[in-house]
Design a binder for this molecule. Structure first.
Ligand code: HEC
Length: 137
């Protein structure tokens, strides 16, 4: 019967699609691609005591719960996340441009929230970037 055949093919296709979706989801550790425009962006906020202390306060409020006090990725919420938070003390991390960090903080990805709305003033985000620089080992 033609209808039975169609059903079989239909069911097969649904399964094939489900399997394809399962395998196409992002693997942990995929590089986080930052658009060229952001990579090259200059930090307009001088990394002075005022900016660093503003950044520190924002970090304590918005970031510490996951990234940990020293940015090691060991905040109280970190264990509940699917993705690792990274380690801000590592040279690998610190080798990224200020603009790249600015982009990632603004946009977020999966477990990492977007802070565009929570930290609406771009200069505040730059201050957080300045503070994160102080976490280098
Ligand atoms: C709910 C937990 C959570 C909070 C809150 C959070 N983050 Fe994240 N963050 C993550 C996770 C998880 C990742 C890894 C995301 C990925 O690789 O897909 C990440 C990644 C990052 C990265 C990129 C790391 C890298 O290796 O390039 C930066 C920068 C960052 N976070 C900064 C911040 C800052 C600054 C704040 C506060 C304004 C913050 N995060 C708040 C969970 C969080």
């Amino acid at each position: 019967m033609i209808t039975k055949r169609f059903l079989q093919v239909g069911i097969f296709m649904v399964f094939a699609m489900l399997i394809a979706t399962a395998f196409s989801t992002r693997q942990e550790g995929d590089p986080w691609v930052v658009p060229e425009k952001y990579k090259k962006m200059k930090n307009p906020v001088a990394s002075d005591a005022e900016s660093i202390s503003a950044g520190k306060a924002l970090y304590a409020k918005h970031c510490k719960s996951c990234h940990g006090t020293k940015g090691l990725g060991d905040g109280t919420k970190a264990a509940q996340l699917k993705t690792e938070c990274g380690d801000f003390s590592k040279a690998d991390f610190q080798s990224q441009s200020d603009g790249s960090l600015f982009y990632k903080i603004n946009e977020g990805r999966d477990d990492m929230p977007s802070f565009k709305k929570k930290i609406p003033d771009a200069d505040d985000v730059w201050s957080v970037v300045n503070y994160v620089r102080t976490l280098k080992k």
